[in-house]
Design a protein around this ligand. Structure first.
Ligand code: NAI
Length: 393
């Protein structure tokens, strides 16, 4: 079929298999061109189909030659109806891994459930024995708790006071003011239940109890801090509480992994256009300005460049770059450079519907957003019929 983007707010309901495949290949070519140090051998990536998780998987597999098991939650295609982008990304990843003779298997299901954890453990035990790196890169709006069966929903709200700031509708380029009411009821605890560290810890406990972790195992989860201007809705908001919890969980997991001389660490990553970040108010406008400045300064990175740097300079470096005073890896260092942030603060004052095209990189934002779903990818002919029924082999 001929596939076109079908937008609904900040999601796209369709995805293009050829465009997704091209994106995956571009990422593979990038990591192959980087000199990565000797890395992990057997890797479990939880949240492996899009964004930072997909790039982590590609870096491990094609940068370090690692065997990977990926867990994700994606829709498969049906006749006349496309799969989700993460599914097509995984189809392409498997094709490339098969061609290169690199072991790769995937499990498509709810990573928060006991069943999927057990299936994953069984697969590790059967095929790999143990894993020496576990990447935790889930981003989800909901989590069904495996014990209580309560469905928790995360929210993106400020705490204690309402928050007003500018935001942009990145489809139309209209800059407007948004006002977000503070969290109420169980908003904070629900957001922590979904995006905090409990599930990460449950995974590591289950893997360890099953003997599926190798000596010196490492595990990494991803966090975000960001600029002062998004603090009320991000780092000091409900999602920030979840990130505080995730970061505190790293200490607990390191304690758990002591007998194996293993360690858990959080990496604070850069703001990037992904399916998750486009849903956060104010953030798309900030990213538009950030992209423009970082591109001008020659320090712009996408998820794959970030993950290659994570492996090279931190996780597997002979002399890793120092952690911050709270024990976190900081690959958001270029985003938070004082010159970048000072210039954004200035631009922020003057950004309007009229000025955004000139002072921000809204075009870059839109392109990246379409690319997430396999659209607007250079080298892909969108007038050609493609098989929407592509499946993971
Ligand atoms: P994403 O939306 O691109 O990827 C999320 C992944 O989680 C996908 O593979 C999806 O299939 C999987 N997933 C979601 N629910 C699942 C479930 N119930 N079971 C199994 N798999 C499930 O997200 P992104 O942006 O790559 O985020 C990953 C992590 O990085 C998050 O912790 C996020 O907070 C963090 N981060 C994101 C930044 C950004 O700007 N996008 C910046 C810094 C950190």
């Amino acid at each position: 079929m001929i596939i076109e983007p079908k937008m609904r707010g900040f999601i796209c309901l369709t995805a293009h298999p050829a465009g997704c495949a091209e994106n995956v290949k571009r990422q593979i070519n990038y990591v192959k061109s980087e000199k990565l140090p000797q890395g992990p051998k057997n890797v479990l990536v939880i949240g492996a189909s899009t964004g930072f998780g997909l790039s982590s998987r590609i870096t491990a597999a094609f940068g370090c030659g690692a065997s990977t098991i990926g867990v994700f939650f994606e829709k498969e295609p049906q006749e006349g109806k496309t799969a989700t982008a993460g599914y097509y990304n995984s189809v392409a990843f498997h094709e490339e891994a098969n061609r290169a003779g690199i072991y790769a298997k995937s499990i498509n299901g709810d990573a928060f459930s006991n069943e999927i954890k057990q299936q994953t453990i069984d697969l590790i035990k059967k095929d790999l024995g143990t894993v020496d790196l576990v990447i935790y890169s889930l981003a989800s709006p909901v989590r069904k708790h495996p014990e209580t069966e309560v469905l928790h929903r995360s929210v993106l709200k400020p705490i204690n006071q309402s928050y007003q700031n500018k935001t942009v509708d990145f489809h139309t380029g209209v800059v407007s003011n948004v006002s977000i009411e503070p969290a109420s009821g169980d908003d904070i605890s629900n957001t922590i239940a979904v995006m905090g560290g409990e599930d990460w810890q449950l995974w590591l406990e289950a893997l360890q109890a099953a003997g599926a972790l190798a000596p010196n195992v490492k595990t990494v989860a991803y966090s975000y801090i960001g600029p002062e201007l998004t603090n009320p809705v991000y780092r000091h908001g409900t999602i920030g509480r979840a990130k505080d919890h995730l970061e505190a969980t790293a200490v607990k997991i390191t304690e758990l992994l002591k007998p194996l001389h293993g360690s858990a660490v959080v990496s604070v990553n850069k703001a990037l256009v992904t399916q998750s970040s486009s849903a956060i108010p104010v953030v798309p406008l900030y990213i538009s300005l950030l992209y423009k400045l970082m591109k001008e300064k020659g320090i712009h990175e996408g998820t794959i460049e970030q993950m290659a740097r994570l492996f090279k300079d931190h996780l597997y470096a002979a002399n890793p770059v120092a952690l911050d005073d709270q024990g976190r890896i900081r690959i958001d260092d270029w985003e938070l450079r004082p010159d970048v942030q000072a210039e954004i603060a200035e631009l922020w004052k003057g950004v309007t519907t009229e000025t955004i095209a000139q002072i921000g990189d809204l075009q870059g934002y839109k392109e990246d957003f379409l690319n997430l779903f396999g659209f607007n990818v250079p080298g892909v002919d969108y007038t050609v019929e493609v098989d929407e029924m592509a499946v993971i082999k």
